[in-house]
Write a protein that binds this ligand. Structure first.
Ligand code: AFD
Ligand code: MN
Ligand code: MN
Length: 413
């Protein structure tokens, strides 16, 4: 096996066991055509149905071995009437989705309500001044709980676009009270095995304020909602300069970190490939997680999920790249010599304490990881295996004509 700089007390079997236990969820929406508000570049191979999304997710899982679950998006993956009601009964819709996932060797992971696309949500969903809109939003949340439970999901992942564009447009404290009420009622409706993740975002689509704008508000709302609510950290949802690994360490310590939506960002919520802009920040986030887990092994698990949907990269290639990057940085974080760092801290030796982080980050773990994969019966290089397999071309041949026949301009409508 390729050599790695193992800290005292850590063996290669420990690393392998950690990777065996590592899994990261891929998002259904990451396999479908999406874009920016300036348009989207359609891809022949992109999925258009939930079955195709599960097929792509199953392919990624077969090549990487660590993506057994798929996040589903209620309005994008289940049929709804124009009035916003579920088009069918929960049990049968959930059963068919569950069967479709299983047919491709994956299962449904988190359930993501959609309270940001219907026209009625123009001025907010659960924080809307109109009680009828708030009621409709709550109904959607409760439907999502039922749908998720029937589909075998134990994770309700909540992101609200609620916010305002101008000072004075909204009564900020009244809106917070409506948010607390909606979260508490949703939490009360969850079956015992389900937990709730409260996601935050400083802006977009609202440009003056977002009702859940940062990790502190999400933590406060989660605490108020109930004991099975925790915070979801989307790595693309922080203002420039934010020390994400610090808030991750704080939330872990408070027992409030429920999960991640991984992506990378240069400026904002860019949905760039995880680790593509600031890999050292990604490493530092995993460093805080593995440091915490080393000291508190019995702490509740943290859900690792990808939240990316690429506009110019081939969808499945970007997903495979992301999964491999996650494995690499988890592995690097396990190489930190925490005992040496502690000794250096105790004597005020800043340089040597920092060196424990820098040495682990500098380790090229890819050869070891490739050998680990082969020992698990997986391709050493999942991206190369995907390209050699010709999956993309087959998917494009099967899916492209359907899109073109839809009569979209430039080959698509
Ligand atoms: C958008 C939002 C948020 C949410 C995701 C899926 O910014 O990250 O989690 O859509 O609904 O990226
Ligand atoms: Mn997200
Ligand atoms: Mn986002």
């Amino acid at each position: 096996m390729s050599r790695l700089p193992l800290p005292v007390g850590i063996t290669e079997d420990d690393l392998a066991a950690h990777l065996d236990a590592f899994s990261i969820e891929t998002p259904s929406w990451g396999y479908a055509d999406t874009g920016t508000r300036f348009g989207k570049f359609l891809q022949d191979a992109a999925a258009t149905t939930i079955e195709e999304k599960f097929a792509d997710a199953g392919h990624v899982h077969r090549l990487t071995g660590c993506c057994p679950s798929v996040a589903v998006h209620v309005r994008w993956d289940f049929p709804f009437t124009p009035e916003g009601a579920l088009a069918g009964d929960v049990a049968s819709l959930a059963a068919s989705a569950r069967a479709a996932a299983a047919a491709h060797g994956v299962r449904i992971g988190s359930i993501n309500p959609n309270l940001f696309e219907d026209q009625c949500y123009k001025l907010g969903s659960v924080c809307n001044e109109d009680p009828d809109v708030r009621r409709r939003a709550l109904d959607h949340l409760l439907t999502s709980v039922r749908l998720g439970a029937a589909a075998g999901s134990d994770l309700l992942s909540l992101w609200f676009a609620d916010g305002t564009n101008y000072p004075g447009q909204g009564h900020l404290r009244r809106r917070a009270a409506w948010m607390r009420e909606a979260l508490a009622r949703t939490h009360a409706a969850m079956p015992p095995r389900m937990s709730m993740l409260v996601e935050y975002k400083p802006f977009e689509p609202a440009f003056y304020h977002t009702d859940i704008a940062d990790w502190g508000m999400a933590a406060s709302f989660a605490r108020a909602a109930g004991p099975r609510a925790r915070v979801l950290v989307d790595t693309g949802h922080h203002l420039p300069g934010c020390n994400i690994e610090h808030l991750v360490a704080f939330l872990l310590d408070e027992g409030l970190l429920g999960g991640f939506h991984f992506n990378d960002r240069k400026y904002a919520d860019d949905d760039l490939t995880m680790g593509s802009i600031d890999p050292y920040q990604l490493f530092r986030i995993f460093a805080e997680i593995t440091s915490f887990r080393r000291e508190r092994p019995a702490a509740p698990p943290v859900a690792y999920m990808i939240d990316q949907s690429h506009n110019i990269k081939p969808k499945v290639e970007a997903m495979i790249q992301t999964v491999a990057t996650a494995q690499e940085h988890v592995l690097k974080s396990l190489l930190i010599d925490h005992a040496a760092a502690d000794r250096a801290r105790a004597r005020g030796d800043v340089v040597m304490a920092e060196k424990a982080w820098r040495d682990a980050f500098a380790a090229d773990v890819r050869p070891w990881l490739a050998e680990y994969r082969v020992r698990r019966g997986l391709p050493a290089d999942p991206l190369r295996a995907h390209r050699d397999d010709g999956y993309e071309a087959r998917a494009a041949a099967a899916r492209g004509p359907k899109k073109r026949h839809a009569g979209r301009p430039g080959g698509y409508a």
